[in-house]
Design a protein around this ligand. Structure first.
Ligand SMILES: [Fe+2]
Length: 176
């Protein structure tokens, strides 16, 4: 049995605060992609989906004159660093296993290389799955951050992933 579920993470006020900033719809979609890729690349789906759900909690709002300023963002953004730290603090606070919390935080830290000097990152499979899941849901111009979703729908979709991870689903995807 897992110590912490996606539902618990999602319902926490800290998650709510920061996911509303970066987009709940995007976070949920990335968690779903991460579950799929975790199976394909044989990585732990619990760690992959938690990192996916929390990967953008480090975002700051780069507004100038009421509009998002992409130049400011590209020059100054460190959301992966902030997100890794925020997610780690939250996970420990709600009782996550320490080793799992570290793995998740490092996957968040490395989900993008946009803030790093040029070079090749050699990602571990878990880190690769999270960055691939994020990339899969990205839309031109950062539109994925603005997609809307009903909170109840978000919660239900996360419960489905929780259920699959806990093995409550049979092969056809139906509750058994
Ligand atoms: Fe993202």
């Amino acid at each position: 049995m897992r110590k912490v579920t996606l539902e618990q993470i999602f319902n926490h006020p800290i998650t709510q605060k920061y996911l509303k900033r970066s987009g709940i719809a995007h976070a949920v979609a990335v968690a779903e992609h991460a579950f799929r890729f975790a199976q394909k690349y044989k990585v732990n789906p619990d760690l992959a989906t938690k990192a996916a759900l929390l990967h953008d909690v480090g975002h700051y709002t780069w507004y100038r004159d009421g509009e998002w300023d992409y130049d400011l963002y590209r020059e100054n953004d460190i959301h992966a660093i902030k997100g890794a730290s925020r997610a780690h603090k939250l996970l420990i606070r709600i009782g996550e296993d320490r080793h799992a919390a570290k793995e998740i935080a490092v996957a968040i830290l490395l989900h993008t290389d946009s803030y790093l000097p040029e070079g090749d990152l050699h990602l571990k499979p878990l880190q690769y799955v999270v960055s691939l899941a994020d990339e899969t849901d990205e839309e031109v111009g950062g539109k994925h951050h603005y997609r809307q979703i009903d909170e109840q729908e978000a919660l239900e979709r996360l419960r489905i992933i929780d259920g699959k991870i806990d093995g409550n689903y049979n092969c056809s995807g139906r509750v058994v």
